[in-house]
Design a binder for this molecule. Sequence first.
Ligand code: HPA
Length: 290
Amino acid sequence: MSQFPTHFSPAAVAVAASVVAARWSGTPRVGIILGSGLGQFVEQIDAEVCISYEDVPHFPRSTALAHRGQFVCGNLHGVPVIAMEGRCHAYEGYSFAEITLPVRVMHALGIQTLIVSNASGGMNPRYCKGDIVVIDDHINLMFGGPLAGPHYEAWGARFPDMSSPYDRALSDAALAIARQEDFAAHRGVYVAVKGPNLETRAEYRFLRLLGADVVGMSTVPEVIVAHQLGLRILGLATVTNVCLPDALPRASAHEIVDAAEGAEPKLRRIIRGIINHVARSSASQVAVGA
Ligand code: HPA
């Protein structure tokens, strides 16, 4: 096997999932991927077990700034969840298969919904630092995708439809929560680039012209895999730096992480509301089925 495996079989996913299941007997309903600077969210979870990625077979280790590298398993407002405190990125040199393996594992453990968050540069001139963007659609400019390679029927369609990967009801609920809680949240298009350098002024101009509102270095590979697997997806981007090409200030990774940390309370409120929404909608499904 090369240093960065380019695909994993269902058997490899099952082995990784069984190691998590051996340490945590819960069945998670929701998976949460915490992006740069958003890891403090895990304090909200009544954690039963934390499992370092190092202990999970085949898992890559996050080398990114402000990414811890563990699963936090437990309950959030009474709903069993599994959260990723840290993720891996293409800019760290990992293959798309490795970046998305945790999504496959969380799916194998039972999640039905995936909440994916990130830090991003805001290119829409209406956005301010610290705003939340509910991802409505995305553009993959990473020059590669996670589904290339051998295909297994169990994972879903070989050529998945991507007309609407982000769940409309969850997005609407997220925007309604922000309105109720009185902070700015927008519906926008996320473009994923490989990084790790930030963009030049000409590149921000180009990405805006393409139709994107925010830019970042993650999320899209995980969303493609989650959508193929049939998960309901909510994507939340935090605007950590404002990227207006005609007045572009210098940006540093530390400022980006600080801004994400500053926006985390908003993310927390949205996720809390979404978890309650998920709990209510499955309670009503049970009632309808009863
Ligand atoms: N560009 C790409 N990724 C990012 C940015 C950006 O400006 N800000 C946070 N992640």
